[in-house]
Design a protein around this ligand. Structure first.
Ligand SMILES: [Zn+2]
Ligand SMILES: [Zn+2]
Length: 366
């Protein structure tokens, strides 16, 4: 069938809306009519040269309605409302440990641009191949082929068009704080960076009843939003001479957990030192390839701290997306406050708004 998709034809190029043909869903595949799709930092990293084949359809925070099912798909039906997340194989040791974000086939299943079993793409233009399967979905399109494993059924009473970011950016922040760091009610947390991931971490911290939550963020508007969303303190690093001293002053011995969403080594050094005894530091940002961890081994040893690198918030989307939606329905997780919507044909403006910081979480309405 025909669909309209946003293609990237060359590294650093603009998104262009073009007609594509979409193949019928195969075994374990699901065809989804997309109604909304978030834009995540990883889409822009891929646009700008992260090794994906081109031309390609990006987009990995899709939400929509199931239109057709491949043979053998169970647990989904035509007409279901769904959120699409990252893909995983379901058969490797880490998938068996219920840690699909560290699937042994993660890179191939999410970045190869083709099906791993036979190298084919579900997308084409006449005889020309268009790469798809980005995060098992390629949802910058009116229709996407996803996989049963990364398709999560949601309640029809929910605002489907803005749910897509629960599949990646929001899951990364919220899961990072409550699943990876294991933040408990009453505990303290310092979040470095108040973008979509950092503020999602804040929302999850509030949802589970965290104590002191400090957000370190230079953008004043984001700082203001963090306060509105429940941060007990916001520190502007441009106006604070010693961020570490400021955190220690607020918390006495330091925080139980620190969450870095910046990937900046100097910031990570501060986050590491801001931990109190037996604290946990989590890192989710894509750092520059040459970046090293600036931390004192002795300082870490005497406090017994834990350092974790985190992909997709350590979440199993089939369990954690429903958890976030339960919080949302109970009024404890207002992730819609992070969303700014754009028409599909304004996709390049949405990308620009994401990069300039004007939009925290752009969502395209398809
Ligand atoms: Zn796997
Ligand atoms: Zn993402």
């Amino acid at each position: 069938m025909k669909a309209t998709a946003a293609l990237i034809r060359e590294v650093g190029g603009k998104f262009t809306l073009e007609d594509v043909e979409i193949a019928e869903p195969r075994c374990n595949e699901v065809r989804v009519r997309i109604v909304g799709v978030g834009m995540c930092h990883t889409d822009l990293v891929a646009r700008d040269g992260f090794p994906v084949p081109m031309p390609i359809v990006l987009g990995h925070e899709g939400s929509g309605v199931v239109e057709a099912l491949g043979p053998d798909v169970q647990g989904l039906a035509v007409g279901d409302h769904v959120v699409l997340s990252f893909n995983s194989c379901g058969a490797c040791p880490t998938c068996h440990e219920d840690a699909p974000a560290y699937c042994h086939n993660f890179m191939g299943l999410n970045f190869a641009g083709v099906r791993l079993d036979d190298g084919s793409s579900p997308l084409s233009q006449g005889d020309a191949v268009v790469h798809g399967n980005f995060f098992g979905q390629s949802s910058f399109a009116t229709v996407a082929i996803a996989n049963a494993r990364n398709t999560v059924k949601v309640d029809k009473s929910l605002p489907l068009e803005i749910l897509g970011p629960l599949g990646c950016g929001i899951q990364t922040g919220a899961g990072g704080v409550v699943l990876s760091l294991g933040l408990k009610a009453g505990q303290s947390l310092a979040i470095f960076g108040g973008g979509a991931v950092g503020l999602s971490g804040l929302l999850a911290a509030k949802a589970i009843g965290a104590g002191t939550v400090i957000v370190v963020e230079p953008n004043m508007e984001r700082g203001k939003l963090a306060k509105e969303l429940g941060a007990t303190h916001v520190i502007n690093p441009r106006e604070t001479e010693d961020v570490l001293a400021a955190i220690k002053e607020l918390t006495g011995t330091g925080v139980n957990c620190a969450f870095d969403t910046t990937g900046i080594p100097a910031v990570i050094g501060t986050a590491f030192e801001a931990l109190g005894p037996h604290g946990v530091l989590g890192m989710v940002a894509v750092p520059p390839p040459e970046a090293m961890m600036p931390a004192s081994l002795m300082s870490g040893l005497v406090r017994g701290v834990t350092v974790k690198f985190i992909t997709e918030g350590d979440a199993d989307p089939q369990a954690f997306i429903p958890q976030m939606l339960e919080w949302y329905q109970a009024g404890k997780f207002p992730f819609d406050r992070l969303v700014k919507t754009f028409a599909f044909d304004h996709i390049n403006e949405a990308a620009h708004a994401s990069e300039s910081g004007e939009a925290i979480k752009p969502v395209l309405l398809i």
